[in-house]
Design a protein around this ligand. Sequence first.
Ligand code: NAP
Length: 273
Amino acid sequence: MILDGKKTSLKILEKVKEKVNKLEKKPHLVVVLVGDNPASKIYVRNKQKAAIQVGINSTVIEMEEHTTEEELLSKIEELNNNSDVTGILVQLPLPEHIDKNKIVTAISPKKDVDGFTPENVGRLAIGLEPYFYPATPQGIIMLLDEYNIPIQGADTVVIGRSNIVGKPMAQMLLKRNATVTICHSYTTDIEDKIKTADIVISAVGKKIVRCKMVKKNSVVVDVGIFKDENGQLTGDVDFDFVSSSAAYISPVPGGVGPMTIASLMLNASKVYQ
Ligand code: NAP
């Protein structure tokens, strides 16, 4: 069975829209884009489109590639102090001369719709409710819940340990009482680990989950999205082979991607002030 992220995301966006409609003061999301990265421009455009769709006010602030760290920090401070702004998102990656961690840390945790600030990450890690959960893992949990896939007690394997997907994904699975194994580029026996997992979540950006690797009737979530040698968009999972063993599998595109956007809009609809 396909974990249909497109269909599920539309349901979530509809609920967010209803919620936003009832709010007296509309949320206002500000997206800061530094430089000319073409992929980032597309992501920002998609986020803005989704915000309009659900009635969230959104502004994109475009800053030049040569913007200094100080200028960006000062822009964030201005946005933190602006009570009209309820959400701040700095589109990553940033130009190399800017320290990403310094920038993320400067965002007010109560406006950090990406859930990347140390306070939100720390709150999740110590079992407190963060103000915002990172969008992709939150979207994946919502997708699993939509299909009533049991998480509690499940043996789960997360492949990838990035700050935006792998690590928060593992934390969110732990929070739901799953047993979690995290794999990365130094893991020596990934195949053995995948073979015994009830749920496999792959966030690598390379074709890594192949053929008969997965357990019969397991659940496979493909976060990866990249272009193959023919320029076609693809994911980490060899869909045709793996889908013959798995009970549930998310496609690329149409799986985690739209769930991430819906999840981000859910975050952007939250107002703390
Ligand atoms: P990332 O920061 O590059 O992290 C990739 C992770 O994969 C790292 O932890 C790396 O291990 C691990 N890895 C690399 N080669 C491996 C191997 N051979 N075996 C096992 N692990 C390996 O990437 P990311 O930002 O998490 O994104 C991962 C993928 O998801 C990308 O394709 C990205 O485009 C996609 N993505 C999609 C969405 C969406 O909404 N659909 C959102 C975010 C990301 P080390 O830590 O040891 O280097």
